[in-house]
Design a protein around this ligand. Sequence first.
Ligand code: NAD
Ligand code: UDP
Length: 319
Amino acid sequence: MIPSRGYHERILVTGGAGFLGSHLCERLLDRGAEVVSVDNYFTGSRTNIGHLLANPRFEALRHDITFPIHLEVDRIYNLACPASPVHYQHDPVQTTKTSVHGAINVLGLAKRLQAPILQASTSEVYGDPTVHPQTEDYWGNVNPIGLRACYDEGKRCAETLFFDYHRQHAVPIKVVRIFNTYGPRMHPNDGRVVSNFIMQALKGEPLTIYGEGQQTRSFCYVDDLIDGMIRFMEAGPEHTGPINLGNPVEITILELAEKVLQLTGSSSVLERRPLPSDDPKQRRPDIGRAKAVIGWEPKVSFDDGLERTIHSFRSRYFS
Ligand code: NAD
Ligand code: UDP
């Protein structure tokens, strides 16, 4: 146990320069913590955390979490891992290493420090789900040898490691399963549907619909998600999870395209593309557990969140 320094809690955020990580660092700093971001900048960027660098309570380290790291911190949020299919399939072996070796390294650190550690897991552990909406006790339907497996199975193995470190070494763990989240600072070219559609609409290019566009997703605004992560981290140690965090409002990809066209005022057309292999047909979180344990549910409406995201993309890339 770290002796109390009598001042700010020091918190490690791996993947701190990514989309979610940069919002998390910002929120933790606002709450008075000292924050150490560890990132290898594979999909994240220093631009995402540029506005935090002048804060004396913030520190950014370049490091790949597939290698051990030695730090003194009070809490750990493990977010390092590319999240978009285009990025995580670019170097699938490294994706599995990041999830699995990365988990072993951060769990080793948490074990030595006996520090609470939160894992950013994913709805992808449910694969192409046969249970709808997805509850935490559903074990999933994942193709172990498909193109998405490096991410899905990597994240599933990371969950296994978290629970084994908890049972075997009494590490205080927190596992959150994050459903599709969107907002400012998403990578403009990472191939995820919300950033793709907004960029395409703002450039006047066709919106690329994979398959018939009848597959569904449920999109959560980043501020809501970060709120849920911090609340769960701060819930009692008996609450290990896994816990779903996401917005239960479900829409088809075609509906999303129409909404983006309406909110951007774009006259882009829709263009069909082949459906990627193993693309889940439907996804919606059951957030009953999050409501019961941390009193959490999303507050930002989809229209409001999309407008804020479109505004930020306009000013960042088109002004
Ligand atoms: P992101 O790609 O923007 O951020 C990931 C960050 O991790 C980047 O800054 C990247 O450079 C860093 N990183 C990757 N490999 C690393 C390594 N080996 N060592 C150190 N840093 C490394 O993605 P995001 O959307 O911010 O996702 C953050 C986490 O949340 C990921 O673990 C992801 O699996 C999880 N998640 C996100 C979503 C979502 O919709 N955004 C959904 C489910 C789960
Ligand atoms: N998708 C699409 N057009 C795009 C990008 C994605 O139709 O330009 C679809 C994709 O096939 C999937 C859904 O949108 O069904 C969400 O894709 P994303 O990559 O954002 O996340 P994930 O599949 O991991 O949920």
